[in-house]
Design a protein around this ligand. Structure first.
Ligand SMILES: [Zn+2]
Length: 233
């Protein structure tokens, strides 16, 4: 009886050790020592939602809030393939503000912050589509918080990888203050995936192939940062 218990305990430890070793071998040394035995966690925030539909495509009138959600869900799939745990701040077209009374936008943003903090994530990515009063601006813009070193590191990694996509006109990084990058206490970036005010970019944003390729680059960048000991400075 006693021997059986010992064998069971030993087997338990052996299996745990093998699983742990496999994890370390698969991904190398983790950037976060506290995460060495568990999956890294990323919050994916689809911008806008509910009565706040964001901007609209200049040719098709497509609402930014719907596109952001599509991009968020595709990114979630890609990160799942890399064994990265994710949470969406919203998984449908509804906003997070409760009722639509005065101050709904503030409540909506506060809820996103609450969800992110409760998930105890390592990184946050907020996805949006851009809009300019001029019709010519195109490309991807990545906002980061310059007072959080890993936020800039991630922005640079994203810029490097997204710039390899031939269809992307240009990729710019910017430290302008954004709620999702400056009010939440974890490394975060806000990615504007293209301009809905430009017809070429709008076509790209609506294209499933573009969505797949862009989110693949975003997922790869996050993976590189989460699973490397020496991210670019
Ligand atoms: Zn937006």
């Amino acid at each position: 009886m006693k021997n059986t218990v010992i064998v069971k305990v030993f087997t338990h430890f052996l299996v745990s050790f093998l699983l742990f070793s496999t994890f370390i071998n698969m991904f190398g040394t983790n950037l976060y020592p506290t995460l060495s035995t568990s999956m890294p966690k990323v919050v994916i925030d689809a911008g806008h939602g509910g009565i706040d539909r964001g901007s609209f495509g200049i040719a098709t009138g497509t609402a930014e809030s719907e596109l952001n959600l599509e991009y968020a869900k595709t990114l979630q799939e890609k990160l799942g393939n890399f064994e990265i745990a994710t949470i969406l701040t919203r998984a449908d077209s509804e906003g997070l503000y409760g009722d639509t009374s005065k101050g709904f936008k503030k409540r909506d943003m506060a809820k996103r912050k609450e969800i992110s903090e409760a998930f105890d994530a390592d990184l946050l990515v907020s996805l949006h589509c851009n809009y300019s009063t001029a019709k010519s601006p195109r490309g991807v813009v990545i906002y980061y918080n310059e007072s959080v070193p890993l936020s800039k590191t991630l922005a640079l990694e994203l810029q490097k990888n997204i710039a390899t996509l031939a269809t992307v006109k240009k990729v710019r990084i910017d430290s302008e203050k954004m709620y999702m990058t400056h009010s939440i206490d974890l490394p975060s970036v806000l990615i504007e995936c293209g301009f809905l005010s430009n017809t070429t970019d709008e076509q790209l944003l609506l294209n499933v192939e573009y969505r797949n390729r862009l989110t693949e680059k975003i997922a790869t960048s996050l993976k590189n940062i989460l699973f490397t000991t020496n991210p670019i400075a």
